[in-house]
Write a protein that binds this ligand. Structure first.
Ligand SMILES: [Zn+2]
Length: 260
């Protein structure tokens, strides 16, 4: 009983911490694609530039209390703000429930938060900031020196992930004469390879391509100009990498079991 209680208390603390970090992720999502500093100035309304009071900065609660509007100028505040905060908290709690609480757990929740940022910057601005993709690749490689998937596997993940996507993009560009794959996607898959290793990176690529292909087919069927509408591939890579991080290994073991 007391053990259940203490783990419930831990999950609650982690959830609250997840909300607070989610609030910072919102700053990253807004500022990184615009090349603004994430440290200065302090949080302010993007519309009237009035600095926020602490009471306007409480995750989710402030947005609800203020009715989704700025307290000073009443400009609407994007729904993305509470959603990112809640999503980050939910992802952290999900990881805590699913994974053992060890050093790898810290790596994986940081990875999940990075993927959350990339999902929204690609969706909103079609930009995957280097601070996250390249920074994540370096951090992933450093962690892999001590933790799974191991440094060799992680290095293979970076080379293969970056290489495969770069070659696909170059081939597409030669065939169609337009850029089909941005360098941001290449660097993002390299980061995924650094954190998950080359096998789970390939699984991520397969899952995201299937999801992207499916949505492309739906758009084409609805006569939207899907052939020239570039889908934000990073927004497909992000949930696929998250799924691979959580359930990829059992899926891979099950699949490879057929060949043993
Ligand atoms: Zn305002």
């Amino acid at each position: 009983m007391s053990e259940t209680l203490s783990s419930a208390a831990m999950l609650t603390c982690l959830g609250v911490l997840g909300l607070l970090v989610g609030s910072f992720l919102n700053v990253c999502i807004h500022r990184l694609p615009r090349d603004l500093s994430i440290a200065f100035p302090a949080s302010h309304c993007p519309s009237c530039h009035t600095p926020l009071r602490w009471s306007h900065n409480v995750p989710v609660v402030s947005w609800l209390v203020l009715g989704g509007r700025c307290a000073f100028c009443s400009a609407p505040i994007h729904w993305r703000y509470p959603v990112v905060e809640l999503a980050n908290a939910a992802l952290w709690v999900l990881h805590a429930w699913w994974l053992p609480w060890d050093a790898l757990f810290i790596v994986r929740i940081a990875f999940a938060s990075a993927l959350l940022v990339l999902f929204f910057t690609d969706l909103d601005c079609r930009i995957l900031p280097n601070e996250i993709t390249l920074g994540g690749t370096v951090a992933g490689l450093l962690a892999a020196v001590f933790l799974p998937p191991g440094i060799v596997n992680a290095l293979l993940g970076v080379l293969l992930g970056g290489g495969v996507l770069w070659a696909t993009g170059a081939a597409y560009e030669r065939l169609r004469g337009v850029e089909g794959m941005g360098m941001g996607d290449v660097k993002m898959l390299a980061m995924i390879g650094a954190v998950l290793g080359w096998q789970l990176m390939l699984l991520t690529l397969v899952w995201s391509s299937l999801a992207g292909g499916l949505l492309g087919a739906v758009l084409l069927a609805r006569r939207a100009d899907a052939r020239t509408t570039a889908l934000p591939f990073g927004s497909f890579l992000a949930p696929a990498a998250l799924a691979a991080s959580l359930v990829g290994q059992p899926v891979l073991d099950w699949y490879l079991g057929f060949y043993r």
